[in-house]
Design a protein around this ligand. Structure first.
Ligand SMILES: *Cc1c(COP(=O)(O)O)cnc(C)c1O
Length: 360
């Protein structure tokens, strides 16, 4: 067997005629920048999540724009975890602030809420909880801590678009949130894409302006902003894919449950905590002898990936933060053990059985 890790080809084939005609429509209209499909998508994203939605060029820019919108900058501190994709902490540093890491919890691989308060100082401006692998953090507790200390919360929902917490959608669980439409994310486009979400109408207006050169009217600029618009073609693709997204989420959840029942006696399988759902951006297990397991699976035509092999406090780019081995033991031990296995709405039962047979 030759199994695909995310099977984007199968996904395209199933929506091909609609996607092709949506792209063709943009080509014919030649409305490549901020065409009507962008506004249509923002309305649909807003309806889906319940928050204001502003699209942008990618999930990394989305973080940078969200931080800029609340005025984070030089001398400020922003709390996040070291067990995430680099973009989360990278954007904090890029805008001149300092990432302050807090370890994750073993139960959901998300920020350990009980350790947040110890990291708050007079310089803390925001907390960025990451909804890792598709499952939101305990957002009510995080919002409560943030409100008490007068700081903002930005959910990095790059992996969790479509997930829920207490019946509410990820991206509408705090004042601000960001997501990514990178092809392999739960809702992906066919290139780069992203969005910022906010519960505040005032911030929504500012963010809309920031992602387009701080413009409020053509050639009238209120803020120093960036060019981070979502291409019309990508918006057109997402408008098609969003219609089928709930079905894809259900399929992913069924596949994840089946993985868990087939693997739970062999390896440590992931858990979804009460009152939450995951969209399973990754199905990530823990194994002791990871290199050997990966190699064996590779030989059987089963691709795997490691999210993430080195926590951010031990990355060269963050040496200026002074992190050292032993600072965040949970992140460090997981970095040695985690392994993601193929996950997509198109994974067949036969493929799944084959994968599970070879994991031991
Ligand atoms: C993918 C990802 C991002 C960045 O998104 P891009 O669209 O690739 O820029 C940020 N944070 C997390 C947690 C991610 O997984």
């Amino acid at each position: 067997m030759n199994i695909q890790f995310a099977n984007l080809q199968a996904q395209y084939q199933s929506y091909k005629s609609e996607v092709d005609s949506a792209i063709q429509h943009v080509l014919d209209s030649a409305h490549f920048i901020m065409g009507p499909e962008v506004g249509d998508l923002e309305r649909a994203l807003s309806e889906f999540t319940g928050a204001h939605a502003i699209t942008c060029a990618n999930g990394t820019d989305a973080l940078m724009i969200a931080l800029t919108a609340i005025g984070v900058g030089s001398g400020d501190e922003v709390i996040t975890t070291p067990f995430t994709f680099i973009a989360t902490a990278e954007m904090i540093a890029l805008i001149g602030a300092r990432p302050v890491f807090v370890d994750i919890s073993e139960s959901d691989f998300n920020i350990d809420v009980s350790k947040i308060e110890d990291a708050i100082t007079s310089k803390t401006k925001a907390i960025i909880p990451v909804s890792l692998y598709g499952q939101p953090s305990d957002m009510d507790s995080i919002n409560k801590i943030a409100a008490y200390h007068g700081i903002k919360v930005i959910e990095d929902a790059a992996q969790s678009f479509g997930a829920t917490y207490k019946g509410k959608r990820s991206c509408n669980l705090s004042e601000l949130a960001t997501t990514s439409f990178f092809p392999a994310k739960p809702l992906g486009c066919y290139g780069d894409g992203g969005a910022i979400f906010t519960q505040s109408g005032e911030l929504a207006e500012k963010i809309k302006s920031l992602r387009n050169h701080g413009q409020i009217k053509r050639y009238y600029h209120k803020y120093i902003g960036v060019n981070s618009r979502l291409d019309t073609i990508q918006a057109a693709i997402l408008n098609v894919k969003l219609k089928y997204f709930e079905e894809e989420i259900k399929a992913r959840q069924i596949i994840a449950d089946r993985y868990t029942s087939l693997l739970k006696d062999k390896v440590k399988t992931p858990t979804v905590l009460p009152e939450r759902t995951s969209v399973w951006a990754q199905y990530t297990i823990r194994v002791k002898d990871r290199d050997a397991v990966q190699k064996k699976l590779q030989e059987k035509g089963i691709p795997t990936a490691v999210h993430y092999p080195r926590p951010l406090h031990l990355q060269e780019a963050f040496a200026f933060c002074g992190g050292k081995q032993g600072d965040f033991p949970v992140s460090e031990s997981l970095a040695f053990e985690v392994m993601s296995i193929p996950m997509s709405a198109y994974l067949t039962q036969e493929e799944q059985t084959y994968i599970c047979k070879h994991i031991c």
